[in-house]
Design a binder for this molecule. Sequence first.
Ligand SMILES: [Zn+2]
Length: 504
Amino acid sequence: MTQPGLSRVCLAVISRTMHKTILVLSLVLTIACTTATAVFSQQYDLVIEGGRVMDPESGLDATRNIGITKGKIARISADRLAGKRVLSANNLVVAPGFIDLHQHAQDNDSGRVKAFDGVTSGLEMEIGVPDVAAFLKQKDGHSLINYGTTASHAAARAAAFGAALPEGELLAPSGPSTNQPATDEQLQKIKDRLRHELDAGALGIGMGIQYTPGATRLEVIQTFRLAAERSVPVFTHVRSFGRLEPGSSIEAVSEVIGAAAISGASLQIVHINSSCLHEGLECLSMVAGARARGIDVTTEAYPYTAGMTYINSALFNPGWKEKLDIDYSSLQLPDTGERLTKERFDELHNSPKPQTVLLFANTQEMVDAVIPNSLVMIASDGEKGHPRNAGTYSRILAYYVREKGSITLMDAIRKMSLMPAQRLEKATPAARLKGRLQEGADADIVVFDSQTIADHSTYQAPMEPSTGMKFVIVDGTVLIEQGKLVPNTFPGKPLLGPGSVRPQ
Ligand SMILES: [Zn+2]
């Protein structure tokens, strides 16, 4: 873009100068005016200068400057760009902000550690919030990072059974609303509630089938049919884990791939690492086989060996020890580090109080085999009490890319930005502007040092922030600057599904 007015003024000045034949001065003026024209031709709100710009969709991996205006990437160029603010990204990687499709904790303490981990969008997709409209209202103007949710099958089921969820919780404790089959009338209520939630802006339907084992295969298929009717994906924690039949991981994955095939709904199988455990690679070949036959199924994993969930949930219905092939001592309370006994387990499992528990049920070898697989996108399953809330994305960059070398930097960025955006974009066109560093895309951007980025959260200190993110930009606003969180800044915007009745 040029400014013709400014150029005309310059030419006039040059012309008068030429009459006086002061050639040297005219040359100086010409240079000065050319520079002025370039500088003032376009001034961006923000420029990220001189970074290694990596875009997983186009394959761009080169030193570039990025101009941002009104929350969008307006220009990517090898030429210098003028900005009201200029951030130097010398020797740093510039990548699309990471999109976490599996972020339960939506409070700002968690938003803060997510930002330090490079996450610019943290979406609650596995289960979904109980009330989409209330969630969106509460987050509006108060969120550090972008947000969104699925419609919750578990909450719709609890409501249909007349069992309200505990305040602030996503799941009902194990009981009739989780363990009993729904009547036809209850099933109708579940579907009506899900439609209502999709109308309110949900991005899909979340089904934690293991938390509602009373849901019959038919209830699952009917829920998938509703998703297909509304052209939104289903995110599911599958019905079971382990090797024992009936109820193996293989059966559970078969059930949802079957429901996707029958209904035509798109499917994301969440945390394939912890749902499939020792069968992780077999589950991935099932996903690959289904995809090869045209079924739209995708999957995700987080880079830790322990899972975490609620101890009074239906996941711990009788049989869990046999399925997981672990004992009470493999369960640990996150707050105190206490390992459980049978007596302590019984006490907590039968309590109405929601208490999270860590389950050490997977091996490092299996996690290391699953994470680099090209079908696997990264999603944290973030929740307070587990280091995955704060460390997932930096751990991928530090451990798998830098230390082990089992994933290239570009592939890691693809797994953490482009792939999750692509999962959403069939139903939600706004997601096509995410997960990319391209002109016209949303300016959700991370700038980090690939040599030093590191996770620090542990099972003992799960909220320890990652380090190495120099700048994190959400919707064109700088949220992390020179490695520090900018105070009182809430640039997070909602990502809304196709049924949204809210103005976009
Ligand atoms: Zn889960």
